[in-house]
Design a protein around this ligand. Structure first.
Ligand SMILES: Nc1ncnc2c1ncn2[C@@H]1O[C@H](COP(=O)(O)OP(=O)(O)OP(=O)(O)O)[C@@H](O)[C@H]1O
Length: 253
């Protein structure tokens, strides 16, 4: 395993107006690791994701992907360097089929800068790859169904498929099980486990059962600082975490 962290945050700061939202966040995610970010509402989890994926630039500090600085790059540049993210709010093309949605993501990852003949060859590859991803996310039989006619859980699975379709080694999932029933959540956990095998996963998740089942390590974000970053067992036993979050009867816990 590489000694260079897959993803590293060094003293990252971000303020909105006069309010410091991310205040010296530090994190080192190893290649192949699954890490969950938890924390109370408003702790800055979404802001942190936006900073990592290039939607926001930090005011201070560094963000590194496989040792290379990515802070300040645009989202598509971060994506090209091997980091893909999903969104809380649906990102699907409603009228396109499940297959076409995935194929768009595959073609995007291949780039549109090729000649026409090269594009045709890529299209063949893209079709094969899109079908492989559909099979992986369990939607092969729903291949030609427009995204808007899929069930909610299928739409969320499709979003995960779109995120991994380009083959990015580092994947950010934003509340992947939000709004799901218990059984849908169970299936989604299994899906995430399968599709992120061999990749590095960073996820924001409010469902503690999912977090404790999936994560190798958990980062606890409180007021824009990572106050604990450890194994699930150690985080569960951490008095600061209990005081700040887990024991506090948080609405999401
Ligand atoms: N673009 C923005 N401009 C001003 N304030 C913002 C902006 N984005 C987020 N905030 C504020 O930053 C704080 C952190 O928000 P963020 O969404 O990152 O928290 P979170 O931990 O993801 O919360 P939740 O668990 O509720 O999703 C909140 O007080 C929010 O109102």
């Amino acid at each position: 395993m590489s000694l260079v962290p897959a993803l590293e945050l060094l003293d990252v700061h971000k303020r909105f107006g006069a309010t410091g939202i991310i205040r010296g966040a530090r994190l080192q995610v190893r290649a192949g690791e699954r890490v969950a970010i938890i924390g109370p509402n408003g702790a800055g989890k979404s802001t942190l994701f936006n900073l990592i994926s290039g939607r926001l630039a930090p005011d201070r500090g560094e963000i590194r992907l496989h040792g290379q600085r990515i802070d300040g790059l645009a989202p598509h540049q971060v994506n090209r360097r091997g980091l893909a993210r999903s969104f809380q709010v649906s990102n699907l093309f409603a009228r396109l089929s499940a297959f076409e949605n995935i194929r768009c993501a595959v073609l995007w990852s291949l780039g549109y800068r090729y000649t026409f003949w090269r594009f045709l060859a890529d299209l063949r590859d893209a079709n094969q790859r899109a079908d492989a991803v559909l099979a992986q996310i369990g939607l092969a039989r729903r291949r030609d169904v427009p995204a808007m006619n899929l069930t909610y859980a299928e739409q969320r699975a499709l979003e995960i498929g779109i995120t991994i379709a380009g083959g990015a080694p580092v994947v950010l999932l934003d509340e992947p099980t939000a709004g799901m029933s218990r059984s849908e959540t169970q299936r989604c956990v299994q899906l995430i486990r399968e599709v992120t095998a061999g990749r590095t996963l960073l996820m924001v998740e409010h469902d503690m059962a999912v977090v404790f089942e999936l994560a190798d390590r958990i980062a606890v974000l409180v007021h824009g600082e990572v106050i604990a970053f450890d194994t699930p067992a150690a985080v569960r036993a951490d008095a600061r975490v209990q005081a700040a979050y887990l024991g506090a009867g948080n609405a999401h816990a």
